[in-house]
Write a protein that binds this ligand. Sequence first.
Ligand code: SF4
Length: 256
Amino acid sequence: MIEFPAVEPGEDIRVSASSFVSFCECPERAAAHFRGVYSPDTRASFSGGLAHRVFARHLDRGEISPAQFEQACREEIGSSNLNYKVATLGLKPSALGRVIEEVGLLYERFKRLPDEGYEASEVSFEFEPAAGVTLVGRIDAVFDEDSGAKLVDWKTGALGEVELQLGFYAMLWAFEKGELPGAVEAISVATGERYCEVPTRTGVQETARRVSTMINSLRRSWQRGSEMERRGGPWCSYCPVLDGCQEGTAAVDVAG
Ligand code: SF4
């Protein structure tokens, strides 16, 4: 039902929602990602990752009692790549205890969200629309609603700009399932903000067009050994190549 536009041949590429969003914000930042230059792990990303594991555990295995909460967190850390991050972040037991407390506060809010129609959490997709091109994504949760599948992404901080990310998930779902999802929604468990939209065929086709443009641009730059366009913005603060980037430094200076 949705056509992925023809792309120029080139190096193999795996496009995720985060690399697509990164490219739309600043192509050179996405190029850095594909060169394997990433932002370092942060305490906030660790805490967010643990919260997502706890949310998925709640939906799959039922409510976690206060008495079991710390042990449940430690099990989730031990059985995932969060264990590795404890070491890279240098989290001491006392600091880890504070993270678990913070996640506990988020969990109290999360429990108040309705879970009717819940079908699955952490649903991974991998789709190859063309030779050497793989589109990947992991959707936090899928709910079955009258209008069709609702894809939900939870945020543990402010909601932020989520349209591109949700559009990417809607496109992945459409390619995998051969139909549009009924809705895509982002919910900030921290602030209560929500953003929901009903994907359209036109919108999903436009996302596919933008993804194909990204692939062609990156492949051309790799072939020529050239850099991509740099676009300064609020995202520069978290960019791994901020040092030495004039556009990024100017953007960070303006933001104060
Ligand atoms: S610092 Fe900003 S402008 Fe420079 S590459 Fe990174 S995101 Fe782009």
